[in-house]
Design a protein around this ligand. Sequence first.
Ligand code: NDP
Length: 449
Amino acid sequence: MSQKYDYDLFVIGAGSGGVRASRVSAAHGAKVAIAEEHKVGGTCVIRGCVPKKLLVYGAHFAEDLQDARRFGWEVPDCRFDWPTLRDNVLAEVDRLEGLYTENLERHKVEIIKERATVAGPHEVKLSGGRTVTAGKILIATGATPVMLDFPGAEHGISSNEVFHLDALPKRILITGGGYIANEFAGIFHEFGSKVTVVNRSDTILRGYEEALRDRLLQISITKGIDFKFNAAFQKIEKGEDGTLTAYLTGCEPIEADAILFAIGRRPNTDSLGLETAGVELDKKGAVMVDADNKSSCDSIYAVGDVTNRVQLTPVAIREGHAFADTVFGNKPTRVDYESIPSAVFSHPPVASVGLTEGQARDRLGTVKTYQSDFRPMKNVLAGRNERALYKLVVDGETEEVVGIHMIGPDAPEILQAAAIAVKAKLKKSDFDAVVALHPTMAEELVLMR
Ligand code: NDP
């Protein structure tokens, strides 16, 4: 392509969005470099979705081993060893980093292991001292955990550090009521830690269907996870033996061995030099982009969490791919943000696509809902008193299924397939026309009357 610049495309950040954009742009013939100051793979692969899901798998064994006795297995007393799981997970992360790196190299993308900052519309400064030029610059720097600022807050950790803990905390206090808080509450509880979740409001998983949120809260409390709502931190004190004491408004001081902050993630735009190219940020620091991922500077684009649109890996990947096809593939493509499925890998997991009942009532004329509240067969024999809940939200006029919401074993696996029906705008009668696949949990989707 162009001889005017060192590169056709310079990508800052080798996470999900940046890697996909680099690889596809290179396949379209562009000369591409990607800079990464940490590890190739980004939040999802290195310190997010992937290691978290492996911990979730690890945590499930606690209940499976317990239930196995009811299914006739003689199970000796088992002991969980955190360092073994931690090290295996970190080794898997390293393996994946290697695969991501190989994949980029195979596509002739130059990987620069340095911090890069923008120095002008076509200029990038590298921490090693070099300045390079590029026809287009893509900002794919992701987001970083929000930390609170109060006396002793430095004793808290974020999801970045939680995968590296030296020892399993006997007591952990988790701040926040969102994805990360509920996922790690389940993980540590299953590993045997005493878990307390503290949130500033009286809500968990804001934005999810209310019936699911209530069900997760009820099951979590029954399992033994403590929740403190409407509580704000005043200070954390660290004792000589390492015990942390959290002082909060509205409740007694809480002692813990670790305190995890999971109160959202903010776009990584600090000291990135974006002002040198006139790139506009919103008030949360996110790069403002148009539907083609272009910023207020014609040669600078952004994809993924740094744009604070939908903070999900598959969305960042699609944005990166759409950018590459549009800018280097002569194939204008835009991401469709309608009906994106999502899941919380709590114990049990929650999964959702489309409108909640509340959103549907705000947007549509009439709304019908169908609900199945059942005890999965496996839980019955296991003597586990945990009920699953599925809910369909239907447009009363068109009969289209506009939302599916589920909590229960394997809900994310089932919902991925069910989301196709919502995307395809299928009607409730299409669900009814399908014969149940018995005995499964998913059959409840076609049995709701
Ligand atoms: P979330 O946005 O899910 O939740 C943030 C929580 O922190 C809310 O409960 C919120 O309370 C509370 N909170 C926000 N600001 C403050 C504050 N200043 N002080 C105290 N509490 C506060 O954030 P997470 O950190 O859990 O996750 C970040 C993002 O990462 C998610 O939004 C999601 O997009 C992504 N993610 C996705 C996962 C998945 O797909 N399974 C897993 C993990 C992360 P309130 O409800 O009152 O607003």
